[in-house]
Design a protein around this ligand. Structure first.
Ligand code: GRF
Length: 208
């Protein structure tokens, strides 16, 4: 299965996916990495791994529709079958979400739906978790739908919240868990062990 990863930042989750691909445990091949930021570390990581790196931002196009058409064309033209968002901070055009329904994944650094939604990204997420005083956080992988962070959950792993945690220390511990979880979840979807059927997730991650 051909995979594209969309990332806006440093791309440590992309790196975890590339490493799994190299180790032949991803059950898929990452062909393309797209970033809306030309200076994103994710694009450097893609090039270093010998994958195609594409800078494509809505601001490079006159209209949202032109951007949407071009992104779809880049994905479909390479026969991409699965799209993984890994710290992608732009909302995907609705046409792209529709075209990849059930084949579009995201990783979020906290339990969903409680700690998701518009504005819930980066440190804001971990601040909200600490403010809520919950005993556990942890990353969530979900299928993407037309809203922020509301799509059906594929997998979640708990990460304990410590009394001494700051947003930074919690973020760092959750990120380590993300790097273990995302490649497993992508492999399960790529291999068809987890599927979206009529809006519901069927199958689950094997225990490790
Ligand atoms: C991760 O915390 C991910 O959950 C969120 O954005 C962050 C991306 O980090 N969606 P990185 O660029 O993969 O290091």
């Amino acid at each position: 299965m051909n995979v594209a990863v969309l990332a806006s930042g440093s791309g440590t989750n992309l790196q975890a996916l590339l490493d799994a691909d190299e180790a032949k445990t991803l059950e898929a091949r990452i062909l393309l990495v797209v970033s809306n930021r030309g200076s994103a570390g994710a694009l450097d990581r893609a090039r270093k791994a010998g994958r195609e790196a594409l800078h494509l931002s809505p601001s490079m196009f006159a209209t949202e529709e032109e951007y949407s058409d071009r992104l779809l064309q880049e994905l479909v033209g390479r026969d991409i079958q699965l799209v993984c968002l890994a710290g992608y901070l732009k909302k995907l055009p609705p046409a792209v979400v529709s075209a990849f329904a059930g084949r579009l994944l995201n990783i979020h650094p906290a339990p969903l739906p409680r700690f998701g939604g518009d504005g819930m990204y980066g440190q804001h997420v971990h601040e909200a978790v600490l403010k809520a005083g919950v005993p556990q956080s942890g990353p969530t992988v979900h299928f993407v739908d037309q809203n922020y962070d509301t799509g059906p959950v594929v997998a979640h792993v708990p990460v304990p919240v410590l009394a001494t945690d700051t947003p930074e220390s919690l973020a760092a511990r959750v990120l380590e868990a993300e790097h273990r979880l995302y490649p497993r979840a992508v492999a399960a979807v790529a291999a068809g062990r987890i599927r979206l059927v009529n809006g519901r997730v069927e199958g689950r991650l094997d225990a490790t």
